[in-house]
Design a protein around this ligand. Structure first.
Ligand SMILES: OC[C@@H]1[C@@H](O)[C@H](O)[C@@H](O)c2[nH]c(CCc3ccccc3)c[n+]21
Length: 487
């Protein structure tokens, strides 16, 4: 029997750039991601799909419809976003903030007083702010929980021009997270949003998956993420600025709110394929998995020197989990091996025989159970599964994926992991970054022409579980691989 606590939250997550646009007037053309996915060279090079976000599911206008569906599926929580480029279409550099640096130039404090908030109101798009208030209020008025995440990848173009960075280099273009002034501008944005919208927010998150922003942006140029500028030094700089941006945003939100503030991180499970490399894989977890949150929880990390201004800046952890990364000994080195985890066969099978998603991601729920136990031991923080889902247009595997991963969460909770909820990625199909509309993650199918929504069968599986706060016995069989593994 897999019963969840009565107050365990079931719901879904969305982000602005991927969900809001779709009907005329909802476009946000002044961000780095907008420039990036519209760039004809990127499309011709196959770096991006050529699909455009302005043809997306139109949540900006159809949010009431989606909230109706979410409510009908028994959902009680939504993690949503707010687009920085919408709120501040023009630069905020000239608005004052009190910035303090230590002897090494680290930004150890940023204060954004109310007078600066009033200055920001003069250049903000206050209509956009008001519309976000209407969206969040529509969900809250149903007696539901709303979690607001401030940053989910797009930056205003005045802060980051990715095409110029790639062409001219970061010294001659607005360089986004490579420039530590973005830390100060993010703190201003965070203070402004907390000042205006805290009454609608139960729980704050500063950013979604900072590790994907610095890894895919600077050391995985084939993933189609801006600025596609290969530099390990740039990755390091972006990582440090994102760590500082989180800590400074944490501080300023606390000036205007007494709610919890956390961070949402892209986790995976580095998984040794053989016993005798467990130690090396544990070291890899330290560096790959834990160092960002270590820095803002303990105030230091394997690759981050001790800093008091970073310590104790995370009240809860958002866990995004999709699949594992398998490691083996290859020519004397412990390396990730293709054919497992995120490098399986699109719509095919992993070398484990496990089925893979349309994206080629191996279905591996065991990794989530192990990860949650590890995080519970390491940090002892409240956690939410803020993303878990599968690109599966035909809904072949999503029922299995749902039940098997919820069982993993349940097992980890039995071992003491303090998990407060499960937010699926996602309610509806949406704009999957460089993949556009090719990857369909929705419990609900969206016809991007008509914007009509259609329940996939897995939505009904979700509804059974969410409304009853348990995996009913008659659905437990769905976690079995018996019918799915390639023999
Ligand atoms: O790919 C599905 C979702 C995205 O739509 C979300 O915006 C993003 O938060 C998110 N992160 C991950 C896991 C890490 C990852 C990021 C980008 C590409 C592949 C894997 C999967 N997803």
């Amino acid at each position: 029997m897999y019963k969840f606590p009565r107050d365990f939250l079931f719901g879904y997550s969305w982000s602005g750039f991927q969900f809001e646009m779709g009907l005329p007037g909802s476009e946000v053309p002044n961000s780095d991601w907008w420039a990036w996915v519209h760039d004809i060279e990127n499309i011709a090079a196959g770096l991006v799909s050529g699909d455009l976000p302005e043809n997306g599911p139109a949540y900006w206008d159809l949010y009431k419809k989606d909230h109706d569906i979410a409510e009908s599926l028994g959902m009680d929580a939504i993690r949503g976003g707010i687009e920085w480029a919408r709120i501040f279409p023009k630069p905020t550099f000239d608005v004052k903030a009190r910035v303090e640096r230590d002897e090494k130039g680290n930004i150890v404090s940023v204060e954004v007083p109310e007078s600066s908030i009033k200055e920001l109101e003069k250049i903000a798009d206050m209509n956009a702010l008001e519309h976000y208030r209407e969206i969040y209020a529509d969900w809250k008025e149903r007696g539901k929980t709303f979690i607001l995440n401030l940053y989910h990848w797009p930056l205003p173009l005045w802060l980051h021009d990715p095409l110029k960075v790639r062409k001219l280099g970061p010294d001659r273009a607005p360089a986004g997270w490579l420039d530590d002034k973005s830390v100060v501008e993010f703190a201003k944005f965070a203070a402004f949003v907390a000042y205006h919208l805290d009454d609608l927010v139960e729980v704050w998150s500063t950013m979604n998956e900072p590790n994907v922003v610095y890894q895919n942006g600077y050391t995985r140029p084939t993933h189609g993420f801006p600025p596609g500028y290969l530099s390990f030094e740039a990755e390091r700089k972006a990582k440090m600025n994102l760590i500082q941006a989180h800590a400074r945003a944490y501080d300023v939100i606390k000036e205007y709110s007494d709610k919890d503030v956390g961070v949402i991180y892209a986790y995976t499970w580095p998984d040794p394929l053989r016993e005798d490399i467990e130690e090396e894989v544990r070291a890899i977890r330290e560096r790959e998995l834990y160092s960002f949150v270590d820095a803002v929880h303990f105030g230091k990390a394997a690759d981050v020197e001790e800093r008091d201004d970073l310590k104790g800046r995370v009240d809860w952890l958002g866990v995004n989990y999709y699949s594992r990364i398998a490691f083996d000994m290859v020519n004397g080195h412990v390396l990730p091996v293709p054919g497992y985890g995120f490098s399986g066969e699109r719509g095919g099978y992993a070398r484990s025989g496990r089925p893979c998603s349309d994206f080629g991601w191996e279905i591996y729920p065991e990794g989530l159970e192990q990860l949650l136990k590890d995080l519970a031991k390491r940090y002892g923080l409240p956690m939410m599964i803020t993303e878990n889902g599968i690109a599966d247009a035909a809904d072949r595997y999503r029922p299995h994926y749902l039940v098997s991963h919820l069982k993993a969460v349940h097992e980890a909770m039995k071992e003491g992991a303090d998990v407060r909820g499960y937010l699926h990625w996602s309610l509806t199909d949406n704009y999957e970054w460089a993949q556009g509309f090719r990857m369909r993650f929705g419990l609900v199918y969206v016809d991007m022409e008509t914007k009509k929504r259609y329940l996939r069968p897995s939505a009904l599986v979700f509804r059974e579980i969410a409304t009853r706060k348990e995996i009913p016995e008659e659905l437990e069989h769905l976690s079995s691989l018996d019918f799915l593994v390639r023999r």
